[in-house]
Write a protein that binds this ligand. Sequence first.
Ligand code: C2E
Ligand code: CA
Ligand code: CA
Length: 743
Amino acid sequence: MTPVRFPPRAGPLLVVASGLAMLALYALPSGTATMVASAVHAVTLVAAIGALVLGPMSSRDLLSTRRLLAAGLVASGAGLVVETLLAGRDGVVPVPSIADPISLLWVPLAVLGFWRVPRNQQSRAANARVVADAAMCTTALLFASWLTVLEPVLAQQGRSAVTVAVQSAYPLTDVFVAALVLALLPVVRADLRGFFDTVAAGLLFITIGDSGDTLAVVHSGASTFGWQDVFLQLGMALLVFAPFRRTDNKPRGRRRAFLDGSLGQASGLLAGGVAVWKASHGRQLGLTDCLLAMLMLCAGISRQLLHSSELARLVDLHRIAAEQDALTEIASRHAFLAALSERLRSGGPGTAVVLLDLDGFQEVNDSYGQETGDAVLHAVAARAQAVCAPHLVGRTGSDEFAVLVASDDAAAALAQRLAGSHPVLTGETSLDIGGSVGWAVSVAGDTAAELLARAKLALQAAKAHPASVAEYSDALGVTSQRRHLLIAGLAHAVDRGELSLRYQPVRCLADDRLVAVEALVRWRHPQLGEVSPGEFIPLAEDSGHIQVIGSWVLQEAISQVGRWDALGRSLPQLFVNLSAKQLTADLPGQVLELLAQHGISRQRLVLELTESQLPGVSGDQALTELRAAQVQIALDDFGSGYSSLAQLVRLPVDIVKLDRDLVANLGQEGGGAVLTAAVALARSLGLITVVEGIETEAERAAVARSGADLAQGYLLARPMTAADACEQLPRSEVSLPLQAVRR
Ligand code: C2E
Ligand code: CA
Ligand code: CA
């Protein structure tokens, strides 16, 4: 069954129309009007019950509320029917009668129903707040009702106590239900607001109508048609329409939250207003008035006290959350910066900030999981605090910690103690966690942000060599400016024609034949002059400009080989350096197209990648495609830094370039053995070996003895322009595949 949906404005229009219809009844004689009004009320009541039970379901959580309210309305309806049956010929209903307990069943059912409306939070404290608010509203509405309805009911002469009690029960219980609804307004779940607001408004009208009806009975002895019927009708029509209201789940806006919160308080104002109005009509203040006013005040004060203690608790929680890092329980970034600002304001220069950043923390997270990562951070924070006490330690980034050192003398020693690697025990495993440290001392007029930024620059410098310490110096500041200038310049380097290529020959160790050249990029910056690729390539990788630059290098180097070919100078092979960031899905297509365009066979191209840039055994899609197309891959800089012989076995490469480090170590004890072992392993794997950085004859002789295939270095030739390189190229047309180089 598809749920019934009203067009957006239909509901309010129907409500207003049924109110106007009631007003129209004033045109009829009183008896007829009373009958018609009762009939219309009865039909609307049935419709309201139907809508509550069968209407569209905005949320299943609301089910029990809707059922209880419907049951309550059924009880009131049943009460009315019984009343009509009991009415004498004159239409006068005896009070009390069996109809009264039936009608009054509405109250417990409604209270229970409203109590079950899903709320934002339903903790003990939140429930206590609702009860306190309800108590305050109840006393205020009770006071207002006392002045307008209850007192006249109680003051009736010639009625039995039971009659008076039953008569006053209606407005009294109405007050109670209305107060509960007002207290719930600020806490009802956002998506049920539409339903709840409409029901609340409906009940408000019904309460006013009911009270009016009671007054009418008191004054004229019978319930006849009057203004109260308009209110009753509007109220019941709103109940019909309530289940059709739809609300999104957006949190309340500020204005709406203020309105919801203040409606309950407004009941106090209402009571005050009614009291003033009554007093201005000559009413004397009685004992009951004073007692009720007193009760209202007490409830108001208790409610206020409860709210302020709740508020104080929230403010406390908020403060702790802002000042303390939730994970490590040390000072948060916010609190650290606040303390640093305060210290700089009062203490002036001589304050130092020491920053500790963990090395390879991401890998810990990736390999051991986030839980272990969190445990590591916790342990590092605890250690930092123990090492640095009594100085303030804060967590200023995900794996970055800062220490506020009040005197700069202590900073250097602290920095040393924090740096380096330390074992951290997490569960069963013990991990060696290393950290780099950068620190800076304040100068006059420093802000917290400025000092922290300088410490950060020092940290970046320290990070270049894991587990080391760096103090900020002005040179570092210059470096950072230069970095910005370079990155900005890289964006236009290709467009503005600032890049060029140099070519460094690679020769066969056995017979000195030139077998390849390596293309090396150069950049002339308009202000800074020549910038070495060792400096700008990492910046281009970080800033994303490497794609454009790398493409330009490939295109320029390959087309240069084409031009040499055209001059009858054939270069056997071209080596081009590649960054890992260039390994995209487009790369193979781009490379193969360039080669085809310049008529160069695929075996003549070698792409160089360093070990850290190479994917594992399973390989990268782009690399696999290129190798399948017979383009060769060289492992660059092998033997420098972290590379290991074992890795060589699993990497998808054809050529190994042994780093200058291995050559430079030849003079040291065992240096020759390492080179020889590396060459032997590479050979056994069927790889061609190139030794880089040969600067002296002695090195060249030693490298030749190691059994390596090819050599590159200043001794043989420096990187040179295309024109100079051309002179060195063989005139023959043959281009030897590298395998033929092997002795
Ligand atoms: P690399 O690939 O290891 O290049 C060899 C570097 O060693 C070159 O420095 C070269 O000039 C230098 N070199 C050659 N022979 C000797 C020698 O006998 N002794 C010494 N001490 N050095 C020698 P360069 O041209 O400054 O390049 C530095 C690095 O920049 C390259 O190291 C490479 O990693 C990168 N690079 C250069 N061009 C490109 C490029 O087009 N793309 C990418 N992604 N990286 C490039
Ligand atoms: Ca290289
Ligand atoms: Ca190299």
